[in-house]
Write a protein that binds this ligand. Structure first.
Ligand SMILES: C[S@@+](CC[C@H](N)C(=O)[O-])C[C@H]1O[C@@H](n2cnc3c(N)ncnc32)[C@H](O)[C@@H]1O
Length: 235
């Protein structure tokens, strides 16, 4: 297992400027309010411009994602990315792996626009969908034949950990038999005082959620600050 060391965080939290704002969820489950506004072009630009400075560990994570994708024994991969944002992970994978097609979803038109522009040189291999992965039937319009499903810093956007197993079942349904899942997200520590947020899970909870929906070989690949890259396979 690799462990990525990180520098100290920037003192000013540019990416969470609205810590005091509360968005009240209309669902029965009490959502953790979001302080991001992925529909505000200025906020989306600020997030995109600052994320690598704020989270330098992402650079190494991109390499680990690419190395894991390269281990899949297939000549050219069909890849699906959940919550692609401005396309950083897609760019790293398309540059470094044999990929025949890469499908990206996000609910933010602003993020999709940035992603389209970043990935313009791969336009013959990329497909974009504006979809909300909190909706029940979001997978209906997505072809279910991927060799690899990836996601970085997006699963917690379900805004409650109790929603995560259902999302994993939906991702399972998009994979071919033998397909691989690579999920990197914020995690709670398994120590009693490490439960920081109700929309995060511990690594152990993620791995058991993978297994519950049918995945095998669930494992942690790379802890990095409060993120963890985890993997599993569809039998
Ligand atoms: C923290 S950003 C991460 C972006 C990208 N994965 C990265 O790491 O560079 C979370 C992304 O998830 C998207 N997102 C949040 N909630 C979503 C939802 N319910 N459905 C689809 N996309 C969503 C946001 O628009 C944003 O692009």
């Amino acid at each position: 297992m690799r462990n990525i060391k990180t520098k100290r965080r920037a003192p000013v939290d540019l990416l969470h400027p609205r810590q005091t704002r509360t968005k009240v969820a209309s669902m029965s489950l009490k959502e953790v309010p979001s302080d991001h506004d992925f529909f505000d072009p200025a906020y989306v630009k600020q997030w995109t411009d600052n994320i690598i400075r704020y989270r330098p560990e992402r650079q190494q994570l991109f390499k680990v994602f690419a190395a894991e994708a390269a281990r899949i024994k297939k000549a050219a991969l069909s890849v699906f990315e959940l919550g692609c944002g401005p396309g950083f992970l897609a760019e790293a994978l398309l540059q470094n792996c044999q990929i025949v097609n890469y499908t990206l979803i996000d609910f933010s038109p602003q993020m999709l626009e940035l992603s389209r522009s970043r990935l313009a040189r791969f336009k013959d291999r990329t497909v974009f969908f504006q979809l909300d992965f909190k909706k029940n039937n979001w997978t209906a319009t997505v072809p279910a034949d991927f060799d690899l499903v990836v996601s970085l810093q997006a699963v917690h956007e379900l805004r409650h950990a109790r929603r995560i197993p259902k999302l994993y079942a939906q991702l399972y349904s998009l994979l071919v038999p033998g397909g691989s899942l690579l999920i990197c997200d914020h995690v709670n520590s398994s120590l009693p005082y490490g439960h920081r947020a109700a929309h995060f899970m511990t690594v152990e909870e993620h791995l058991s959620a993978f297994k519950e929906v049918g995945f095998i070989r669930a494992r942690e690949i790379c802890p990095a600050a409060d993120l963890s890259l985890m993997a599993a396979e569809k039998p």
